[in-house]
Design a protein around this ligand. Structure first.
Ligand code: SF4
Length: 286
């Protein structure tokens, strides 16, 4: 068996920064709280928990100390309530997410109804919605977009959750454009790292007999990578750790492609690669 690695794997810039800010806070204060998961990778969260990170569901559950906000960002309301309670805020919101938040605020302030392509329940999208002064609409895909009622008096702005796929974004844009709003502002807020990762995974998935996508099953960008790979290679599998790899997925001469989500650390990818090596695979770059 041969293993090929995608051109972009391991932590993205935003997640690496969030984890290192959380680690610095833990080193300094001994313990800290995160609102929900600091990143969508259970193995990394478990490591940080051992260093003193406590996961809280809401601000009210945190009585004192430091609150580390994830790279997905938080709504201005929650940010205010953290400060009002006298808690120390460490905001690790990724600069690309901050940019999307600024765009939502500005479009909405200029009177545009903002359509956000994304998952309504994802923390990033929930926060984005709260940056708008007017009502926003969240759609998952072109099918949901096609059901929207848009008249030729409407001023519409479209942006995307940073981890969506470009194809999905373009499909939604085209669906809204055909409804002929009075004005349509399209701003692609998909993160470049995500686009690069998806492109590298697409290239690799076409060349291999099996694809392993390493990452948290609660991670939006990892799930998206998996969906992209599965369309091109039926024998694609999303695994959080090397323990989930099944021998039956590979044949003796299989070429196995490996990619990872943006919230997957290098050490988890290495464990997966080592597990394939133990099953008889050698490694070459994709
Ligand atoms: S995927 Fe992109 S937007 Fe999200 S944290 Fe990483 S660099 Fe930032």
């Amino acid at each position: 068996m041969t293993t090929k690695l995608a051109k972009r794997i391991g932590f993205c810039f935003g997640v690496r920064r969030a984890v290192s800010l959380a680690e610095a806070a833990l080193k300094r204060d001994g313990e800290a709280h995160s609102l929900g998961s600091i990143i969508h990778n259970p193995q990394v969260v478990a490591r940080l928990s051992k260093k003193g990170l406590k996961v809280a569901d809401n601000v009210a559950a945190i009585k004192s100390g430091t609150v580390v906000v994830s790279s997905h960002g938080i709504s201005p309301k929650i940010s205010r309530s953290i400060k009002k309670r006298g808690l120390k805020l460490i905001d690790t919101t990724c600069p690309f997410v901050l940019n999307a938040q600024r765009i939502v605020r500005s479009l909405s302030g200029d009177g545009y109804k903002v359509i956000i392509l994304g998952e309504a329940r994802h923390p990033e999208v929930k926060a984005l919605v709260d940056f708008a002064s007017l009502d926003t609409i969240v759609v998952r895909d072109k099918s949901e977009a096609s059901k929207l009622k848009i008249s030729n008096n409407d001023y519409i702005g479209i942006i995307s959750q940073t981890t969506q796929s470009t194809d999905n974004f373009l499909d939604v844009v085209e669906t809204i454009r055909k409804k002929r709003p009075r004005e349509l502002k399209i701003i692609n807020t998909i993160c470049k790292d995500v686009e690069e990762r998806q492109r590298a995974a697409r290239i690799l998935a076409k060349k291999v007999d099996a694809m392993l996508i390493v990452g948290g099953k609660n991670s939006a960008n990892t799930k998206r990578l998996f969906e992209i790979c599965r369309k091109l290679q039926k024998n694609s599998h999303l695994v959080e750790t090397e323990k989930e790899i099944a021998r039956g997925w590979f044949k003796p001469n299989s070429i196995i492609g490996v990619t990872s989500g943006a919230s997957t650390p290098d050490w988890l990818v290495k464990k997966v690669i080592n597990a394939i090596r133990e099953k008889g695979g050698c490694i070459i770059n994709g």
